[in-house]
Design a protein around this ligand. Structure first.
Ligand code: UDP
Ligand code: MG
Length: 333
């Protein structure tokens, strides 16, 4: 594994040789892709090491596919995988991790919200011996206060509920060692809440801060309804606490009702009861009905996911994969 790196040789130091894979999920990013690729290549050539970049085209419907073909024609470091339809970013990242051949993988968004220039410092952190380099967004520009507030609340909730802490404000921009990638590739579940999976595998991790830029062009594909579902996915995938909450709410209700019943019994026996209390009756019936439906809904959320898992469908379908020259040269040797 050890060889002499040209700069290190000049300085009389020895650096391990490694290959780096950059995984980029892309969905309808025609407006930023060319700029992104230039900046990425600039950052990666500074490393003076072998690298490849795998673009996972998540079923784009604009000119993304065409641009990716051009990028691949122009540089042999580019690999392109294409999904048969839009499966989602989590699936695209999972595909990239399975296809990656490097000793380490960096996952990065195509919209330049994650600056490619930070990759060398992530690699440095990895070379110091950690398996996962998380990138924490210390500033998020170009996002509404509502998105920031809901994101904040989400991390609070998931960290209260799940047994493995999910670091707050850490997005999908991160570096993973080969060991960590192999561990992730073992996880077969269809619920791909990657932030949780990254935390679940453990291994030595380090978190670096960066300030997240606004999107360079195009628009975010995450609508609030989708984010809400994403949050549900995260919570149900990593915790059964909501099921327990239903139990405790039920218990509390039953307890209160029992006391209430005792009160009525005593009152009727000693004071007598004229038939009144219609509002109390209606309110009680409605509250109990509502709580029951809510509890059934929570069970339904889990049951639905169990149903999807039990079908064991593949996570995604590839329409095609054209690997980079790095993979081809490894296959030859
Ligand atoms: N993306 C994807 N599939 C999707 C939605 C998004 O591969 O269904 C990619 C997108 O091209 C980008 C990254 O995921 O590279 C982040 O998407 P976006 O910027 O829309 O999300 P945000 O930054 O707003 O969380
Ligand atoms: Mg973005």
């Amino acid at each position: 594994m050890k060889n002499l790196h040209p700069i290190a040789r000049a300085e009389g130091r020895e650096l391990p040789s490694y290959t780096l894979t950059v995984v980029v999920p892309v969905f309808n990013e025609e407006s930023v892709l060319p700029i992104f690729h230039d900046r990425l290549v600039n950052a990666l050539s500074a490393l003076n090491h072998e690298w490849e970049v795998i673009y996972v085209d998540d079923g784009s419907t604009d000119r993304t596919h065409f641009i990716l073909q051009q990028l691949r024609a122009n540089s042999q470091e580019v690999g392109v995988a294409r999904f048969s339809r839009n499966f989602g970013k989590e699936e695209a990242m999972s595909a990239g991790l399975r296809l990656a051949s490097g000793d380490a993988v960096v996952i990065i968004d195509a919209d330049l919200q994650d600056p490619p220039e930070l990759i060398p410092s992530m690699v440095d952190a990895w070379l110091e011996g950690v398996d996962i380099v998380n990138m924490r967004r210390s500033h998020r520009s170009g996002e509404s206060w509502f998105k920031k507030a809901t994101a904040h609340a989400f991390y609070r909730v998931i960290n209260r509920l799940s047994e493995v802490p999910v670091p707050e404000d850490v997005g999908d921009f991160r570096l993973l060692s080969r060991r960590a990638i192999d561990a992730l590739n073992l996880l077969e579940e269809r619920n791909r809440f990657m932030k949780g999976l990254f935390a679940w595998i453990g291994f030595p991790q380090v978190t670096l801060n960066y300030s997240r830029d606004a999107r360079a062009a195009g628009h975010s594909k995450w609508r609030y309804w989708r984010l809400w579902n994403f949050a549900l996915e995260g919570i149900t995938g990593f915790s059964v606490a909501p099921l327990k909450i239903a139990t405790y709410v039920g218990l509390a209700c039953a307890g209160i009702t029992f006391i209430y019943a005792a009160y009525f019994l005593i009152k009727t026996l000693f004071i007598g009861e004229s038939v009144k209390g219609f509002p109390t009756l209606i309110v009680t019936v409605m509250i109990l009905g509502g709580l029951q439906l809510m509890a059934i809904g929570i069970i339904g959320e889990y049951l639905g996911r169990l149903f999807i898992e039990s079908k064991r469908r593949p996570l995604y379908l590839l329409e095609g994969y054209q690997p980079s020259a790095l993979v081809q040269s490894e296959e030859k040797s």
